[in-house]
Write a protein that binds this ligand. Structure first.
Ligand code: HEM
Length: 138
């Protein structure tokens, strides 16, 4: 599993916790950005986007907290990845999601955004998607 330095981990956790105070708004903003980047992805989502936004943000919160419990995190993300394979998510879609997530965090954090925060969040999101994608290589 990829690693983050202790400093990156704390930065990512702090930044995400800060953004999470606007979780519902940012969750919806994320999907708007995602479908702007790749309109074809819209068709994969069957459930209500508000509900979807809520479950995405809650899962990301658990993942951020899970950076302290790597074995559990790895297990949870592989299962999540296996479900995404069934949802029809392609390996190449993960980069689009990483991109949209980072953009959303930047919007949410406003003037609290800086290059260190960006690097830390990018490393954390990359770790999550890499772990999810490992479920595709069986
Ligand atoms: C950081 C990466 C991701 C996280 C944390 C995440 C999280 C979630 C969660 C919590 C669910 C709810 C269902 C479940 O738990 O199985 C879900 C569903 C879903 N996700 Fe993701 N996801 C990620 C990446 C992606 C990517 C790359 C795509 C590609 C477009 C995607 C598309 C979907 C779809 C299509 C569903 C099912 C929606 C439905 O049933 O209508 N996700 N995701």
């Amino acid at each position: 599993m990829h690693t983050l330095t202790d400093t990156e981990k704390k930065r990512a956790q702090r930044a995400f916790a800060e953004a999470f105070s606007q979780a519902d708004t940012l969750g919806l903003l994320f999907y708007a950005r995602l479908f702007e980047l790749d309109p074809a992805l819209r068709a994969l989502f069957k459930i209500d986007l508000e509900e979807q936004a809520h479950s995405l943000m809650s899962m990301l919160k658990l993942c951020m907290e899970g950076l302290d419990e790597r074995a559990e995190l790895q297990y949870a993300l592989r299962n999540l990845g296996a479900r995404h394979l069934e949802y029809g998510v392609k390996p190449s879609d993960y980069a689009t999601v990483e991109n949209a997530l980072l953009w959303t965090m930047r919007e949410g954090l406003g003037n609290k955004w800086d290059t260190e925060t960006e690097a830390a969040l990018q490393a954390a999101f990359h770790l999550f998607v890499t772990e999810m994608q490992s479920a595709y290589r069986k």
